[in-house]
Write a protein that binds this ligand. Structure first.
Ligand code: MN
Length: 497
């Protein structure tokens, strides 16, 4: 295991040359201590789970803080560590990450009662929205748990598998982590719906084989045609995962007809530039005729909501078989496989000055779009639970989640205004309030905020004081209390004069 740990250090160092490896070593020793003598169900020492989780995070190019938190992620829940230990040994930043993971882990979404479900979802959302890295650690944790799921009793296997299909795999997908999503889905599928899994695996074999044979021939022809036009391309076959194949087969219009799944194996063309993508599309269509009624999807011009970019076209392949071809640049390919982790883990060591600022802005933007995605995702889950509608249980509707321009999330009650927001950010902030912007537009101070709004308080240089009329429209207790306090103080000063 010490060798695996050396590997961890090596990977981390390769992506982050300035990483504090001493602190990583300290975390490893700490983890061994607090999980002393603990074993996993498969008989391995508990710390193997922590090491493997940290290794995944390092492979996703995340920095030492995240890798350390990966090593320590179970130290409070399953180990003997106390918050004070983590803060004094590793600092507040790392403690907060571990605490976030602990909180998310304690949220049980499966089998909870309706009321708990909404409340738990809310809790989970708030923790995850605060720091996307918590989600990444949780996903790495879950992935390793799935890889070793064989050791658990069947009822637990099923519960974890279904929770993964419902919560963690969709999260990974929203984070655009293609490879991870596929692995989470396929392992879970085999445990959650074993009969269906076996059926798909058995029946699909011949279709996969046939599609792969077609694609081999197409690949040769296309490489030559592209090279003639001076386009350097890498062409691969992409096999559809069992789980997404199953979802497709169940659709009404497909109804278990494997021949209607055109992308059971898709042909993937990876080129250098966006211009090459469009040029390749033309060349592909000159060799294989596009299927008119299925059309082209240009996700480069219009990316999918999770940021996915590629051009998809369906063509008549050999023997009139319909084949899907996906065209993208190397960068798009990396993003599609590695996802948001790749954006998040920008390498600070390699950049400086202006570039750093730019990357910082991009990281903030990424964070904000992540929080938005999370909000959509939560609403989808909520909508999919019809019983919640039926109960008219609207806890979530009655709370608003609004964001600072940096993507920090604040939870405010219905009817909250920019003034409530300002007080919630900092009780001194309203004294400098010049005006407020919501989603980039200036709004009156009594404007009612809604979930997903990005609120920006534009400050004056000098202290301006508090508006007399604010008390008439604020809704949070904090704002009311602070405004009253302020005017009481003013009054008593006036009386003294
Ligand atoms: Mn764990």
């Amino acid at each position: 295991m010490e060798q695996r740990f050396e590997k961890l250090l090596k990977i981390l160092k390769s992506f982050h040359p300035n990483a504090n490896l001493g602190l990583v070593k300290k975390a490893w020793e700490f983890a061994k201590l607090v999980h002393y003598n603990q074993k996993r169900k498969n008989g391995e020492p508990y710390i193997s789970h922590l090491l493997e989780t940290a290794l995944l995070l390092a492979e996703w190019e995340l920095d030492e803080d995240v890798v350390i938190a990966g090593l320590l992620h179970d130290s409070m829940e399953d180990g003997a560590a106390k918050p004070a230990d983590l803060i004094s040994e590793f600092g507040e930043k790392i403690y907060l990450l571990v605490d976030g993971v602990t909180k998310v882990s304690s949220v049980r979404l499966r089998g909870s009662r309706d009321l708990d479900f909404v409340e738990n979802l809310r809790k989970m959302f708030v923790v995850m929205a605060k720091d996307i890295r918590v989600v990444l650690i949780k996903i790495a944790d879950r992935l390793h748990n799935l890889r070793t799921l064989y050791a658990l009793p069947p009822d637990k296997q099923k519960k974890i598998a279904i929770e993964t299909l419902e919560i963690y795999a969709p999260l990974a997908e929203r984070l655009q982590m293609g490879q991870v999503t596929t692995e989470l889905n396929d392992i879970s599928f085999s445990y959650a719906y074993p009969d269906e899994y076996r059926r798909v695996a058995r029946e699909s074999k011949v279709y996969y084989k046939e599609a792969e044979d077609h694609i081999k021939g197409m690949k040769k022809r296309l490489i030559v045609s592209l090279a003639k036009e001076g386009i350097r391309a890498r062409i691969d076959g992409r096999k559809k995962s069992y789980y997404s194949l199953w979802l497709k087969l169940k659709r009404k219009e497909i109804d278990w007809d494997y021949k209607k799944v055109y992308d059971i194996v898709a042909l993937r063309i990876v080129v250098d530039t966006i211009a090459d993508c469009y040029a390749s599309l033309g060349i592909v269509h000159s060799v294989y005729k596009p299927v008119p009624y299925l059309g082209i999807s240009d996700f480069i011009a219009q990316p999918k909501p999770n940021g996915y970019r590629s051009i998809h076209t369906r063509v008549f392949g050999p023997k009139g078989r319909i084949v899907e071809i996906q065209i993208r640049t190397k960068k798009m390919h990396e993003e599609a496989e590695m996802g948001i982790a790749a954006h998040w883990a920008y390498n600070e060591a390699k950049i400086s000055g202006e570039e750093k600022k730019l990357e910082g802005a991009r990281a903030e933007y990424t964070k904000l779009s992540w929080v938005r995605e999370l909000l959509n995702w939560m609403n989808e889950i909520k909508d999919s639970r019809e019983f919640l509608e039926a109960l008219r249980f609207d806890t979530l509707q009655r709370r608003n989640y609004v964001f600072t321009p940096k993507g920090d999330v604040l939870e405010l009650p219905e009817g909250a205004t920019p003034v409530d927001f300002a007080f919630a950010v900092h009780t001194k902030l309203p004294y400098y309030l010049r005006y407020a912007k919501v989603n980039g537009r200036v709004v009156p101070l009594d404007h009612k905020l809604s979930s997903g709004d990005v609120v920006e308080i534009v400050k004056s240089r000098e202290k301006k004081g508090i508006g007399r009329d604010w008390i008439s429209f604020v809704v949070t207790n904090l704002a009311k209390r602070e405004i009253r306090k302020h005017f009481r103080a003013v009054k008593s000063k006036e009386e003294k004069r």
